[in-house]
Design a protein around this ligand. Structure first.
Ligand SMILES: [Zn+2]
Length: 324
């Protein structure tokens, strides 16, 4: 008998107000799947058990069934780190800001190798949150900056410099503006329609433009270590979990060729190591205010290993793509 995701989710422990919808494989379109793992919202500790399946035809792993898009917003609240405002961390604020700026500098390093950055460069960041990466590019290279996020109205210093579009990426009207680079830093694994988003990126990119995507990597060391407690599960926000094969396949399917594949990203793999150990030992619900000191302390201890992070396939992957 075929595996029935909607029947299976009915057996799991979920808040009664949640509805679910079945979804076919994002990579090959098949509905033939099997159970892969049950994930929870470990980061915020919110209730719910969510089902991830593996496609029997192409082995892509994705959440099925999923909460319809209008129901998912409750899982993106103020605790969501990408949307944090400045000055939230008391005495550790300078250290936190240094770490966050470092993250943006790492993104810049990746982009800079493939895209010429100057006052004529147009960059669109999809899933831009408060726009710190774009503002960094604008400050350093004078780039023209645009951003999209489904959550708007964020008061952040300098945010008004971003040509900001609120809502779903593929529904935005960019009025024939073409971009030198479209970046998606940890966007695609949250996306409800990755194929439409990639098609939209294709449409708004210049002929020689570059699409740069970073997502967690399922076939990485931290997934092997933590399994369903892997921070890359982050259910129900993550709709997909890409291994290298699935990521390459979905890019090619939507008209891109991979110019460069990297078994790392701008995102610190240490965050996955720390939070993975935490979720394994203490269960879900991570109070960032309480753990920020041990976080930096253990990072210092692990720093000799982290020197080699780009070679160890710890947690992330990044692709730089151009249009076929
Ligand atoms: Zn498939």
């Amino acid at each position: 008998m075929n595996f029935k995701p909607l029947t299976r989710i009915g057996e799991l422990d979920n808040p009664s107000h949640l509805n679910f919808e079945e979804v076919n494989c994002y990579v090959c379109g098949s509905n033939n799947c099997e159970e892969f793992l049950i994930g929870e919202e470990d980061l915020t500790g919110k209730d719910g058990e969510f089902l991830y399946v593996k496609c029997k035809d192409c082995s892509h792993v994705y959440q099925n069934p999923r909460i319809p898009v209008e129901g998912i917003k409750e899982y993106y609240d103020g605790e969501y780190i990408a949307h944090r405002k400045k000055k939230d961390w008391g005495v550790l604020t300078p250290l936190y800001e240094w770490a966050m700026n470092k993250h943006d500098r790492e993104k810049e390093k990746i982009v800079k190798k493939h895209v010429k950055l100057n006052g004529d460069t147009r960059v669109l960041d999809v899933g831009c949150a408060v726009g710190t990466f774009l503002l960094h590019l604008n400050k350093k290279h004078n780039c023209k900056i645009s951003g999209v996020d489904f959550k708007g109205g964020l008061e952040y210093p300098g945010f008004e410099k971003v040509d900001f579009h609120e809502g779903l990426f593929y529904e935005q009207d960019f009025k024939d503006v073409q971009f030198d680079s479209v970046t998606m830093w940890h966007f695609l694994e949250h996306c409800y329609d990755p194929n439409q988003s990639l098609k939209k990126a294709h449409e708004v990119l210049k002929e020689d433009g570059k699409l740069i995507i970073e997502v967690p990597r399922l076939d990485s060391l931290t997934f092997k270590l933590f399994g369903k407690k892997w921070p890359g599960v982050q259910a129900p926000q993550h709709t997909t979990m890409f291994d290298k094969k699935a990521l390459v396949k979905i890019m090619e399917k939507n008209g891109f060729v991979i110019e460069k594949y990297m078994p790392y990203g701008a995102f610190p793999p240490y965050f996955y190591i720390f939070t993975g150990v935490y979720f394994k030992l203490f269960g879900k619900g991570l109070n960032l205010n309480k753990i920020i000191f041990p976080y930096f302390f253990f990072q210092l201890l692990l720093s000799p290993i982290l020197l080699f992070q780009k070679r160890l396939n710890l947690s992330m992957q990044t692709v730089v793509c151009r249009k076929i």
